[in-house]
Design a protein around this ligand. Structure first.
Ligand code: ATP
Ligand code: MG
Length: 444
């Protein structure tokens, strides 16, 4: 008996019916990043496990609970749980940091984390991310946040709150860690097992724990903002000044510590309440120590990652527009086998000019072919029967307006089709414009 195999839990298929939404957000993000002078980078799906242990951090949820580590012929790899570690590894390996600074890159990639699947939380998900390496000043923090905001604005999102925080540098954090240990010590036995080990190694991670008991205890914990050194405090104040200069609204949220260890100074999230509990659409921050820690020269850096599933979910819930897919420009309906070579020739020449053209491959009767043309949203249909072949004359039918245009087959066909198609597209644009502006008939 055949066994039906289904996709693994926490993964999703993106079918041809949904792909236009992905193309829309990918295009928007890519074009906006390019407007800011960022360039695309592509990195491997798997990296050595050490890369993530050393960068993301051994006490993080991602490393402790969520990594997909695979062994192939005695060599161990990990499927990337995020994009920063791999992109920095790649920048170092390819000498990009010896080039003009700041280096500004972006990526669109899938990430893998073994989490409990739910709406907006998958085991394979997709991120659009950016990294900027080489600039230390708060203007670059503002630039990174402005880029994330520009993408969300371009998507048409409303009600998405920017939360910012500073988590200081190793200097101010030493004092803060002491205060946190003193605060959590009396609650030690109530903390989850993972957080008990974090108490010694990295108490700030307790603030990021998803367990209700731990987050309840952490509610009144000391906040890092009270422990910032002068440099970190000035940096944070300047950032706020630069955000205000660009009219970017924000809230200071001292609870944001971010789930990965490499962050320093500025951290931020864009949060919506429209898609349930998993509302962080974008998260990022500065990571001034990471590049040196990974074997490069000390180089300040900053970046963010946007979850594309959560971005699309939010756009859907807010009724934002996605660019509709390009549909069939011409469907050719051969009424019998004799018309097939002519259909092939017409299709081939129009496809070369960039039109989307199909013809019958199912040996269907005309009625069924018209039904198919309608289903695929064909703009024009050309029926080719014995009469048409003999006279080399046919009718091009516009399926939307029902207009018919007499056309000659042969050499002149393409030129004529171009004329008719352009007229129709123009007519469509004018129609849309009139609908939008409500000017239809106003001059009469
Ligand atoms: P969360 O707190 O929701 O677990 P995170 O801090 O682990 O998020 P990051 O590592 O900062 O997330 O990843 C950046 C973005 O990627 C998140 O803001 C979110 O939009 C998206 N993301 C993270 N994990 C998942 C997941 N399992 N499924 C879908 N999207 C995710
Ligand atoms: Mg997480």
């Amino acid at each position: 008996m055949a066994i039906k195999i289904t996709r693994p839990q926490g993964t999703e298929d993106i079918t041809p019916k949904q792909i236009y939404k992905w193309h829309t957000v990918e295009r928007m993000a890519r074009e906006t990043a390019e407007n800011f002078g960022f360039h695309e980078m592509r990195i491997p799906t798997f990296e050595s496990t050490d890369l993530f242990l050393r960068s993301v951090g051994e006490t993080t949820d991602v490393v402790q609970k969520e990594m997909y580590t695979v062994k192939a012929k005695e060599t161990e790899f990990t499927l990337r749980p995020e994009g920063t570690a791999g992109s920095i590894r790649s920048m170092l390996q390819n000498g990009l940091l010896n080039d003009a600074l700041p280096q500004k890159i972006f990526y669109i990639l899938s990430c893998f984390r073994h989490e409990r699947p739910q709406a907006g939380r998958l085991r394979e998900f997709h991120q659009f991310g950016v990294e900027m390496a080489g600039s230390a000043g708060p203007a670059s923090d503002a630039e990174i946040i402005a880029l994330a905001k520009a993408i969300l604005d371009r998507a048409g999102l409303k009600n998405i709150a920017l939360n910012i925080n500073s988590i200081g540098c190793p200097t101010c954090r030493a004092e803060y860690h002491k205060a946190l240990r003193a605060y959590f010590q009396p609650h030690r036995d109530e903390l989850c097992e993972t957080c008990q080990t974090r108490l010694e190694k990295n108490p700030m991670r307790i603030l990021d724990c998803k367990s209700e008991i731990c987050s309840g205890i952490a509610k009144d914990a000391p906040v890092i903002l009270d422990y910032l050194c002068d440099e970190c405090r000035t940096h944070f104040e300047k950032l706020q000044e630069y955000l205000k200069a660009q009219n970017i609204e924000y809230t200071i949220n001292p609870k944001i510590v971010r789930g990965l260890d490499y962050y320093t100074k500025t951290v931020f999230e864009f949060i919506t309440t429209d898609i349930g509990a998993q509302g962080t659409v974008c998260g990022g921050g500065r990571y001034d120590g990471l590049i040196e820690q990974m074997g490069g020269k000390p180089t300040p850096a900053m970046g963010f990652a946007m979850g594309l599933e959560r971005l699309i979910l939010t756009m859907e819930s807010q009724g934002c527009e996605f660019q509709p897919p390009h549909q069939c420009d011409l469907y050719i309906a051969p009424m019998d086998e004799a018309a097939i070579p002519t259909a092939m020739q017409i299709a081939s020449s129009l496809r070369t000019s960039g039109y989307q053209v199909e013809y019958d491959l199912m040996q269907r009767k005309l009625k069924a072919q018209m039904k198919y043309a309608d289903k695929i949203g064909a703009t024009f249909v050309l029926v080719l029967g014995e009469n048409e072949l003999q006279s080399q004359q046919a009718n091009l039918k516009n399926m939307k307006t029902k207009e018919q245009f007499p056309v000659s087959l042969g050499e002149k066909f393409e030129e004529k089709f171009d004329d008719i198609a352009i007229q129709y597209m123009f007519h469509d644009v004018v129609n849309d414009f009139e609908k939008e502006c409500g000017t239809h008939g106003s001059n009469e």
